[in-house]
Design a protein around this ligand. Structure first.
Ligand code: HAM
Length: 425
């Protein structure tokens, strides 16, 4: 008996969204602003593959992090596991080494933008496919001026989208020298409290005690109030680095606040960590920090680095939630209106001539009625319509109609570009 196939209605996967044409104007604006901000601060564009060797993230982001442990989309292959990139920083570090970018003039400033993938529980501001814009600076010195430059680039980009009331929460989580003693203090503090900790924190107490400070569990949160503070334990070098950074941030008049509990959920950070928030919204718009040992850990020379990434989907969500008026409108085009078969036949070639002359037109070649086409032209806000009918097709001319006044002028096809430009003036 033939199998009766059940009709399947396909939908996008959980936490993965389409960006529909109506929203593309805003996304274009974000990308354009990103290009402008990155250009001003001299970040060069880099694009990395979506798939990488899974071990790259295990080594960089960290084996014990939520991202690697629970959230990576892994693709099995005969040559080992590959992962859909959950973040961009490890790929940038890999590309920096693979292509010898250390030979470029220092510092090397790179930026990227594109989709990232994490198998999270979808909720407000948390998707499984989301888009990040990232800035990274690699150099031979761990100068805090670069930390400040990453922060200012992030803030200026967010501000360019008219999102206000920003605040950068900053902390220092020390370096190889001072972190072990802080780690010990933290373990000593939390050990007697083990019974009150969630399962994740009980495990993290062994693997990554710093993460206990940013646990969102209701039982664990109150405990961090009396936990030792990292800034009290950092070494003189880290302390000087942090103080100088704060001076730069103040000189730049960036809005900031110290956050003693900020540790961030990625393993590669040293010294500076920060997250950017806007008032009234719970999720971070972006986050980053210094990662002085990552490139070395991947086999390169000691190359201190700092960077941050912003969540573009979150920025779009904030623009919606805060009802920000960005005044982004699709570009208005000139309407190309045809009447009759002969005109339709000649229209395609004529539209190509207009394209070559850089006249941006929208056609309605699938429609017949003149009125329907003119009403669409009106709806789209076209300043002019080019009306090409049977008579015009035979006599090789075209009518240019001013859509505001309704005045019309017939011009020979040969002079169409001049005619349009004159009318537009
Ligand atoms: P991250 O904090 O994991 O850092 O992500 C940066 C930003 O990406 C977040 O602040 C958020 O806006 C956005 N984001 C993260 N996960 C999601 C999600 N599931 N859904 C929507 N948006 C999300 C990093 O990824 C580091 N690579 C940043 C960095 C660059 N550090 C140094 N350089």
């Amino acid at each position: 008996m033939p199998r009766i196939s059940k009709k399947i209605i396909f939908k996008s996967l959980k936490g993965m969204h389409d960006i529909l044409p109506a929203n593309q104007v805003l996304w274009d604006k974000m990308r354009q602003n990103l290009r402008e901000v990155a250009g001003f601060y001299n970040f060069l564009r880099i694009d990395m593959p979506l798939l990488e060797d899974a071990q790259l993230f295990e080594k960089s982001t960290g084996q014990d992090t939520d991202i690697v442990e629970k959230q990576m989309f892994v693709v099995k292959s005969s040559r080992g596991d590959m992962a859909l990139r959950p973040e961009g920083t490890p790929s940038v570090a890999r590309a920096y080494l693979q292509h010898g970018l250390s030979h470029l003039a220092q510092p090397v400033k790179l930026y990227y933008e594109g989709p990232m993938f994490r198998r999270e529980q979808p909720q407000a501001g948390r998707l499984r496919q989301f888009h990040q814009a990232g800035f990274e600076i690699v150099s031979s010195a761990d100068d805090p001026v670069y930390d400040a430059q990453v922060m200012v680039a992030c803030v200026r980009f967010i501000e360019s989208l008219k999102i206000k009331d920003l605040s950068i929460r900053i902390n220092s989580i020390g370096c190889k020298v001072c972190r072990p003693s802080y780690r010990k203090k933290l373990v000593d503090y939390y050990k007697p409290l083990t019974k009150s900790l969630c399962d994740d924190c009980t495990r993290r107490l062994r693997t990554n005690p710093l993460r206990l400070l940013d646990c969102k569990n209701d039982n664990c949160q109150p405990l961090r109030g009396s936990a030792p503070i990292m800034l009290d334990s950092i070494c003189a070098n880290c302390s000087k680095h942090f103080k100088t950074l704060l001076e730069y941030v103040e000189d730049l008049k960036l809005p900031y606040a110290l956050d003693h509990h900020l540790v961030r959920g990625l393993d590669y950070y040293t010294k500076t960590v920060f997250e950017i928030f806007t008032e009234g919204i719970d999720f971070a718009l972006g986050g980053g920090g210094r990662y002085d040992y990552l490139i070395e850990m991947l086999g390169g020379r000691h190359s201190p680095a700092v960077g941050a990434a912003l969540g573009l989907d979150r920025l779009v969500e904030v623009i919606r939630l805060k009802d920000v008026n960005l005044r982004v409108k699709p570009k208005t085009k000139i309407a190309f209106v045809h009447v009759g078969n002969l005109a339709k036949q000649k229209s395609l070639a004529l539209i190509e001539e207009l394209r070559e002359a850089k006249i941006d037109v929208i056609d309605f070649l699938g429609k017949e009625s003149l009125n329907a086409q003119l009403s669409m032209a009106n709806k789209l806000g076209a300043p002019l319509s080019l009306i090409f009918g049977q008579k015009e097709a035979l006599e090789e001319d075209i009518i240019i109609r001013d859509m505001k006044t309704g005045s019309q002028e017939t011009v020979p096809l040969k002079r169409i570009v001049k005619g349009i430009k004159r009318k537009l003036k």
